[in-house]
Ligand binder design. Structure first.
Ligand SMILES: NC(=O)c1ccc[n+]([C@@H]2O[C@H](COP(=O)([O-])OP(=O)(O)OC[C@H]3O[C@@H](n4cnc5c(N)ncnc54)[C@H](O)[C@@H]3O)[C@@H](O)[C@H]2O)c1
Length: 450
């Protein structure tokens, strides 16, 4: 009988081989984790260096993160190309303009108009949620279809602003970014100081240093007239009695503009807008939330003055305001400073941009009722002391003289265009009650001169 084959040697050999394999894979594992940990340290060092070089203090952390992520996630070169392409004018004579607040109501309309006529436009906006940010995203989408890129960042991010000026020698800034709204200033006063004062100063600090310095056109407000009782409001009237913190920050902006013009030779033009309305408008303004409330069958509050008179506004249609902004940009002289040093006197201007015909708020409601085919439920109340003023009326002869500003849209015509946009944007079918047409706006309500 044949004896069974001796397998003990083979088994031993296999055990030895498997021991060797385990040993090697352990070594391999240790070696690769060493490489991995070294790579992690290297990436961390690069990131820290990047923060330090971009002046990343804790105050700016949020916006630096955005800036970093747009560079790293989307590729530095691609981001730089988007910035440069967007800011590049079509012809040799075009301007290159940084539009702050480009995702906002007036900023989006101005950016489009500038781009369409051949100027280079780069937007900057922090997309804050003061009102429904999806409306800001919709404006951004509209602008991107016209090759306008909006950098997502804050006015207070000096490193980001410097970086943008490193990439593009902007000839002009149209500075529209601000915390708007009169009534919200009682809820969140610090946001007005941060954007309208600190943010404006930051922008001016960067602008004064660059070479060449840009010419700056920026948004002040009719609200600076505050308790002024002379009518119509002229640029010569007193503006030292603001009725809201919002108005006070805009007035402060005008004084700050004077200082930077005086010391550094920056060319500065302030525009006092009067209750601007139109498509893609602001949901916190009365014409907008009245439309929403009337359609939803909600009661609207219509203000009266303490004396029982109707509150009236010089409602100005967006297209007229855009023409005014472009006129101001086209007539802005060059700044005179260089490397932070003034070389000679520079232009300093302030203009009213209104419609020159105030309309009582009751009439606004009647026009909306006609356009929406719905009777409004009105509750007439005395105007609370929340920063609103009873009456605004612009004298625009100065803007007319200097750049031919002439508003041409009456309230009925402008509101028709607004309602047409509103029903299309929110999918409302007029005359038929629908459940899902409600604009997703927050219930913050601003005054109407903001
Ligand atoms: N609409 C009006 O009736 C009216 C009237 C008077 C003055 N203004 C002024 O005109 C300008 C534009 O107003 P609008 O109606 O288009 O308002 P808006 O709120 O629609 O636009 C302002 C934009 O600025 C952005 N922004 C705010 N703070 C910022 C910051 N710190 N950094 C970067 N972006 C920031 C916001 O996200 C917003 O998109 C504002 O300065 C406003 O105060 C408007």
């Amino acid at each position: 009988m044949a004896s069974p084959p001796d397998t003990s040697k083979t088994i031993k050999l296999e055990r030895y081989n498997s021991y060797l394999r385990r040993l090697n894979s352990n070594k391999l594992f240790k070696a690769s984790s060493k490489i991995l940990s070294r790579a992690t340290v290297l990436v961390a060092v690069i990131l820290i260096l990047f923060f330090v070089l971009n002046g990343g203090d804790s105050h700016n952390f949020h916006t630096h993160t955005n800036f970093l992520s747009s560079n790293i996630l989307f590729g530095d070169a691609a981001w730089v190309k988007q910035v440069r392409d967007s800011a590049m004018p079509r012809g040799t004579n075009g301007m290159s303009i940084l539009v702050t607040g480009a995702a906002g109501f007036i900023g989006a309309h101005c950016s489009l108009a500038l781009k369409k006529r051949g100027d280079g436009v780069l937007g900057l906006d922090n997309f804050n949620d003061y009102y429904d940010p999806s409306l800001k995203r919709a404006r951004q989408e509209l602008l991107s279809q016209h090759e306008v890129f909006i950098v997502e960042g804050d006015l207070n991010d000096a490193a980001l602003l410097k970086k943008l000026f490193d990439l593009v020698p902007f000839t002009h800034i149209l500075h529209l970014a601000a915390q708007a709204g009169v009534r919200y200033a009682m809820q969140n006063p610090q946001s007005y100081v941060a954007s309208n004062i600190a943010g404006f100063v930051n922008l001016l600090e960067v602008s004064k240093e660059v070479n060449p310095q840009p010419s700056i056109v920026w948004a002040s407000s009719s609200s600076v007239y505050g308790l002024n009782t002379e009518n119509p409001f002229s640029e010569l009237h007193r503006t030292d009695q603001p009725a809201s913190l919002y108005a006070a920050t805009k007035k402060a902006g005008e004084e700050i503009a004077h200082t930077y013009n005086h010391i550094y030779g920056l060319s500065l033009t302030g525009l006092r807008f009067f209750t601007v309305y139109g498509p893609y408008g602001r949901p916190d303004m009365a014409y907008f939330f009245f439309t929403k409330d009337i359609l939803n069958g909600n009661t609207i509050e219509v203000y009266q003055t303490q004396e029982g008179n109707e509150v009236a506004r010089d409602f100005t249609y967006i297209d007229d305001v855009v023409k005014g902004c472009l006129g101001a940009l086209d007539t802005a002289e060059k700044s005179t400073g260089s490397g932070g040093i003034k070389q000679g006197p520079a232009q300093l201007r302030v203009y009213n941009l209104g419609n020159t015909s105030p309309v009582p708020v009751g009439k606004l409601v009647t026009i909306l009722e006609g356009l929406l085919n719905v009777k409004a439920k009105k509750h007439v109340i005395k105007m609370p002391r929340n920063g609103d003023v009873p009456f605004t009326h612009a004298n625009v002869s100065l803007a007319n003289r200097d750049f031919g500003y002439k508003p041409t849209t009456d309230l009925a015509t402008g509101l028709r265009k607004f309602v047409k946009w509103y029903v299309g944007y929110y999918g409302v079918h007029l005359g038929v009650k629908k459940e899902n047409h409600v604009a997703k706006t927050k219930e913050k309500k601003s005054g109407d001169s903001a």
